[in-house]
Design a protein around this ligand. Structure first.
Ligand SMILES: O=C(O)C1=C[C@@H](OP(=O)(O)O)[C@@H](O)[C@H](O)C1
Ligand SMILES: C=C(OP(=O)(O)O)C(=O)O
Length: 459
């Protein structure tokens, strides 16, 4: 948790004048967009990624692939083909992967982990560097596994960035053990490129349980949709094993779902103001972890309904604490913690020790920032205990973490005087956040007196 220095720009988080009543269109999923880009780049024919997310993480992924020789062109909505609905598209034209190249990974876990295996297939050196935080986030799972599969990587013993992958034009592949207990992205990274390894791959997870399993399921489903053969003899069990056979990937036409994790602050707005928010185009079936918000937020008060319009969440005017193991859906933690701080009973969030290695140490940052607004939050070995207390305004530091900024915005709806440091950090996955938040509040009904909670926790 670095970066708690002089606050840059402060964004006065708007308060809700009453119950929020809005319908929002959430841009595409970061996780789906970046997987779709990698799979399209490795395919044997051109493909489409429709309604992609345009954010720092996805632009870094697109640029990284371009540096290796892949063609990625933006095609406006009207020209991107019939029946595709809203949004533009990326036309991806695979090509021979070439070094020398230099790639910026920023602080994007997906770029950090998914691109080195692609670079191992290039025919020259590929240098990777990124934000200072990329030097601290775990990368050993990818580096050690790629070496075991035949790649040459020069990291000067750091086990992290900056590093150079000396691509040899091909990679043997085969069986490899990986301890993915600090990030599921190690497994996803190896599986995504594996159809192009000479022998494919068999990844065996060793170590305590892998977090974020829905993201591995997303990888498996998207690989299969691109024509790969993936076996998961024991997916979700103690000894997790994933096998991908070598094959030529198809150039597909992939439509990116809305980012359900980025829907979290908007649904939370309905919960904490006793209002109603509809998120358009919520998929009936999805591997995104954000789908768990339906159950989590229902347990915290309110109800939801999935219709043709999307997912409508309606707050009840009461917010309850929750005991939840968020191991599989860790990226929802910041917004869940913000809601929990406003509840009528304590919450215990567990299974999320790996969040200390995300954009920032999220457990430490959430505890510190909530406590500075008057909260009573303590860290446990693998989570947070949140005892609601009346909160007051103040500066909420964000540590270059998009999800801390959106969590702070949720608090600001009902706590006067919350100022969010560097709200622009939401550009990692949702550059439009401040505008979307303002628009949601413009549509605020503000007329349902008596249904909005008082925001004075009772516990
Ligand atoms: O593969 C992915 O797209 C992601 C996997 C998860 O990473 P961890 O397994 O490191 O938590 C998640 O938190 C991240 O936001 C996105
Ligand atoms: C952990 C996250 O991102 P990353 O892809 O950088 O790991 C996140 O978005 O919550």
């Amino acid at each position: 948790m670095t970066g708690n220095s002089a606050p840059s720009a402060l964004w006065p988080a708007p308060t809700a004048s009453g119950s929020v009543d809005a319908t929002v269109t959430v841009p595409g999923s970061k996780s789906v967009t970046n997987r779709a880009l990698v799979l399209a780049a490795l395919a044997s024919e051109p493909g489409w990624v429709r309604r992609p997310l345009h954010s720092r993480d996805t632009l870094l992924m697109a640029e990284g692939l371009r540096r290796l020789g892949v063609g990625i062109e933006t095609v406006p909505n009207s020209a991107s083909g019939p029946g595709t609905g809203r949004g533009d598209a990326w036309r991806v034209i695979p090509a021979g992967l070439h070094g020398p190249a230099s790639i910026d990974v920023g602080n994007a876990g997906t770029v950090m982990r998914f691109l080195p295996p692609v670079a191992a297939l290039a025919d020259g050196p590929v240098h990777f560097d990124g934000d200072p935080r990329s030097y601290e986030r775990p990368q050993h799972g990818v580096i050690d596994a790629l070496r075991a599969l035949g790649a040459r990587i020069d990291d000067e013993g750091r086990g992290s960035f900056p590093l150079t992958v000396h691509g040899g034009g091909a990679l043997d592949g085969g069986e490899v053990d990986v301890d993915a207990s600090s990030s599921s992205q190690f497994v996803s990274a190896l599986l995504l490129s594996a159809p192009r390894f000479n022998q494919g791959v068999e990844v065996r997870h060793t170590g305590s349980s892998v977090p974020s399993l829905p993201h591995i399921r997303m990888t498996v489903e998207m690989l299969r949709a691109a024509g790969a053969q993936v076996d998961t003899p024991d997916c979700g069990g103690e000894a997790d094993v994933w096998r991908v056979a070598p094959c030529a990937l198809l150039g597909r036409d992939m439509v990116v779902e809305p980012d359900l994790s980025n829907a979290a602050p908007f649904l939370a707005a309905a919960l904490v103001t006793g209002g109603r928010v509809t998120v358009r185009d919520w998929p009936e079936r999805t591997t995104q972890p954000g789908d768990a918000l339906r159950e989590l937020f229902t347990r915290m008060g309110g109800s939801c309904e999935l219709t043709e319009q999307g997912l409508t969440f309606t707050g009840s005017g009461r917010i309850h604490g929750i005991t939840a193991d968020l191991h599989e859906v860790g990226e929802l933690t910041p917004v869940v913690a913000a809601v929990a701080a406003l509840a009528d009973s304590p919450s215990e969030l567990s299974g999320i020790a790996h969040l200390r290695l995300h954009e920032t140490d999220r457990l430490a940052a959430l505890a510190k920032e909530l406590n500075e607004l008057g909260g009573d939050v303590s860290e446990t070995a693998d989570g947070l205990v949140i005892r609601p207390r009346p909160l007051h305004g103040g500066v909420f530091h964000t540590y270059e973490d998009h999800r801390l900024a959106t969590a702070a915005a949720v608090l600001g709806l009902v706590v006067e005087g919350v100022e969010v440091e560097n709200v622009a950090t939401t550009a990692k996955t949702l550059p439009e956040f401040p505008r979307m938040w303002a628009e949601m509040l413009e549509k605020d009904a503000g007329t349902t007196a008596g249904t909005a909670p008082s925001f004075e926790p009772r516990a």
